[in-house]
Design a protein around this ligand. Sequence first.
Ligand SMILES: [Zn+2]
Length: 65
Amino acid sequence: MATPPEGRPAMPEYAFYCRPCKKPFTAAMTMAAHDKGVAPCPKCGKKREVEKRIAVAYVVTSKKS
Ligand SMILES: [Zn+2]
């Protein structure tokens, strides 16, 4: 994979919550991917019981300006 060029928007990081694991987690994914579904739980690997959280944070790479 190539390194994203400077100035390109970082991939948004979305917050999720896995109900069976009772574990909140975040995952970086494209807006399109988030629109279609959720990220798999890092603990159990399932998507079915994962719900979206409202909080959205943007991955910030070391910005020099
Ligand atoms: Zn889980």
